[in-house]
Every structure is written in C-alpha cells, then in structure tokens.
Design a protein around this ligand. Structure first.
Ligand SMILES: *Cc1c(COP(=O)(O)O)cnc(C)c1O
Length: 431
C-alpha cells in the first residue's frame, strides 16, 4: 500500500497533484511519499516488537540524505557497503553505533574509518578480509566487532542477477568454512565475534528461502556454542520483495513471524537488512512524453526519462508499472486506439542505446506533453542513476501531506564536468 492514488482521474502524491510537481520542478523527477516510507518503517518495527531487534536499512536501495534522516529519526539502523554510504548515514544524523557494514571488497581505509567511527559490526566476506580487519584493529588499538556473512547455499528463487546466497555467487563464506573462521576470531585478541549474518538475495516473493537460511544460521549458532563463542545477534539480511506487477510477497509481519518462531528459544537480537521493501513503493519517477511515433510494427512513446535515471528495466529486464498522471477516457483517445482508448507503446528514453526503455508493450492513452509515472521507483532508482549521454541527475522531491520539499536539486549541465581538466600542453603534465 502506498500514498500515490488517483482522485478524479488525476494522480496524487499524498495530497499534491503530480502534474503540479512536474510543472514546478521539471522533468524527469523523483517523488517520494513520507507517509509511505513511515508506514513501511512501522511495519518492520511492529513485526519485530516481540524480540530484541535492529532493523538495518540497506542504504544502497536509496541513499538520499532526507530519506536516511527520516529512517534515523525513526530509530532504525543502517546496512552500508562503502565508506561513502557510512559517511552519508553520519551526515544524515544516523548513529554509527547502529551501522553494520557489508560487502565483499572493503578497502583498508574503509575498514579503518568504520572502526574509528565505532560501528556496530563488520560483516566479513572472506578469510583474507578477516586478517585485514584484525591488522587494522590492532594498529588502532581497538577490538573489531565482526560477524561472518555465511553463504548458506540457499536458492532465493529470484532473478539470477540479484541472487546472492548460492555457491556460484561471490558473496559470503561457505557454511562449511564458517566454524573454522569463528575459531580464528575467538583466538584473535583484536577481533570479537558479535553475530552471524547472511543475505541470500533480493526481491524474494515467498518466505521459504529465508526460513531455510535461518535454520542454517541456527545450526551454526549451536556449533559456536560448542566452541565457546556466544554471539549477540543473528542477521537474516534483506531481500523481501515488493509488488511491481502481480507479485504477491508476504508482508513484513508474515515474513518475519516464521523467523521469530524459529528463534524464540535463542537469546539473541534479530537483525534484518531491508532495502527494497522499505523504499520501492515510496517513490515514483515522473517523466514527460516528448514525442509519439509509429512505424508499421510498433508505436513508440518517447519520454524525457531514461536508463540514466532508472536503469532497472534496461539492466535486469525489470517490469515496472507505468501509469498516466491524468487518466483520459475512451472518448478522448487518438485515432487508431482500441475500444478502451489505448494504444500499445514501447515507452523509451532519449539515450542512444536500443536498451533504453522504461517499459515495453504498454497499453496507454497518452498525448505528447502528458506526464507518466513509473511506480515502485523508490528503490534502486536514483541510486543507480548515471550521467550517461551527459544527462544531469534528476531533482528529487519529498512530499509530506500537501507540502513538497526539494531534497536534491536538479544537477546543472555545468556540474557535469566540474572535476575535469583540459590538457592544453601534454608536455607540461610530464615535466
Ligand atoms: C542489497 C543488500 C540488502 C538489501 O536488499 P533488498 O533486497 O533491497 O532488501 C541487504 N543486505 C545486503 C548485504 C545487501 O547487499
């Protein structure tokens, strides 16, 4: 459920017409609903009230400072995968004491910064990384809190590009090797094992895989007890899916209830790392129809948004719902439309790539100049955007009731080459 709804055939973000937002702030435009985000935050917190817990929002899904600030104020923690993300969390008012740090390739300076900030836990993804963290901790004179990110070899039953818990994936440490690594941690005065972690994939639409993974983590928990290691948390990762089309993922409550049931007799905190489920449906991308054109095979709806703004369709072939800002009736349709007033369009962007599309084979009743909304764009939208084709990054708006706030200015063209230099005399560079 979200707060992007039609009233009298006009799409609203909470209490503001989305067309008015485009009028005022331009297009393409990311728009977020604060009420929707808070609804999702509450859903995760409520689902876990019966046990000690920490919801660590996965920053890579949407790292806007305003959004991180709302999440920090709600009391949630964060899962980061780079120094940049950790610095964003701190800049947004988040506390390092609620940050966990994941990722297969943490650089030494990143590990050092994280330990200096006294983050909650580093999730370790290789034996070499473990030794690196120990070395840095020793140099700083601190004890590094660590968890092993276990790769439980569980099939998340999701798109191969976003599956992470199988042996063929680069993530985590094989279940069979984990106990040995915990023994190494136990024997190292610079390290302390505080948790067990996993993250098996994204956009999971059933609860089965996470239960399977939880059972593996519990098995390891008992093995650790056997070697005298007592961890304080079990982290089941993120990955809960959302509805883009006709998927029917469980609610956070349904998803987590089975996990809590498994963990009820174990004295640990439960951590989770939701990204997509927290923000996807709290955001839309608004884009204006520039041109309509047809050939003997297809109709194209050419919009000003593109794969540089929202790459999921081009990158993963993701289906995202595209809806008009005003719903036109069948009596207000272009020539050649079907009885409902629709034509079948490929919705494409201006970028010079054949894969630059936002949606294919969409029934739409649109005119040039109309505004379209791509729904479910709050996660892996803005964070994956680029300047390809020298397109400035979109402005971003947060709506709260009848108020709109600019949370990121539209990038200016001049900003595109801010850090570049022209080399007039090549010899000077080498002299
Ligand atoms: C991406 C990621 C998440 C979040 O995944 P979602 O599917 O967006 O919930 C959580 N943990 C880690 C380690 C990740 O890399």
């Amino acid at each position: 459920m979200d707060y992007f709804n039609y009233k009298d055939n006009e799409l609203y973000a909470e209490e503001i017409k989305v067309r008015d937002l485009v009028e005022q702030y331009g297009s393409p435009l990311y728009v977020y609903s604060k009420a929707t985000l808070e609804r999702h935050l509450r859903a995760f917190e409520d689902a876990l009230v019966s046990k000690k817990h920490l919801v660590c929002y996965a920053v890579k899904a949407n790292s806007s400072l305003a959004i991180l600030n709302i999440i920090a104020n709600f009391g949630c923690g964060f899962d980061v995968v780079s120094k940049g993300e950790l610095m964003r969390v701190l800049a947004a008012g988040g506390s390092a004491s609620k940050v966990i740090y994941s990722g297969v390739g943490k650089r030494e300076d990143e590990i050092e910064f994280a330990l200096q900030q006294k983050i909650k836990c580093l999730n370790i993804e290789s034996e070499s990384e473990l030794y690196k963290v120990s070395e840095v901790a020793k140099r700083l004179g601190v004890v590094a809190p660590v968890a092993i990110r276990v790769n439980p070899n569980v099939d998340a039953k999701t798109h191969p590009s976003i599956s992470t818990g199988l042996k063929k994936n680069k993530f985590g440490i094989a279940f069979e090797d984990s106990l040995r690594l915990y023994q190494i941690i136990k024997d190292d005065p610079n390290l302390e094992a505080t948790g067990i972690d996993c993250h098996i994939g994204s956009q999971m639409t059933s609860g089965g895989p996470i239960i399977e993974a939880t059972d593996k983590l519990i098995e390891l928990y008992h093995q650790l007890e056997g070697i005298g290691v007592k961890v304080d948390h079990i982290d089941i990762g993120g990955g809960l899916g959302v509805t883009y089309n006709d998927e029917t993922p469980p609610s956070p409550y349904e998803y987590l209830a089975a996990v809590l049931e498994r963990l009820k007799d174990i004295d640990v905190s439960v951590y989770c790392e939701p990204g997509r489920a927290m923000v996807a449906n709290a955001g839309i991308l608004l884009t204006k129809v520039l041109y309509l054109k047809s050939n003997s095979e297809r109709n194209f709806c050419i919009v000003d948004g593109s794969m540089s703004d929202l790459i999921r369709p081009a990158l993963y072939g993701s289906w995202m719902n595209i809806v008009p800002a005003i719903k036109r009736g069948a009596d207000d349709a272009l020539e050649g439309s079907d009885s409902n007033g629709n034509k079948l369009y490929d919705v494409v962007g201006p970028i010079c790539e054949s894969d630059d599309f936002l949606g294919k084979d969409r029934n739409l009743n649109v005119r040039e100049g109309d505004v379209l909304a791509v729904r479910g764009a709050g996660a892996y939208g803005s964070t994956m955007s680029s300047n390809y084709n020298s397109r400035p990054l979109c402005a971003e708006i947060l709506v709260e009731g009848d108020k709109a706030f600019v949370i990121r200015d539209r990038q200016r063209e001049e900003d595109l080459w801010e850090n570049e230099r022209i080399i007039t005399k090549i010899e000077e560079q080498f002299s």
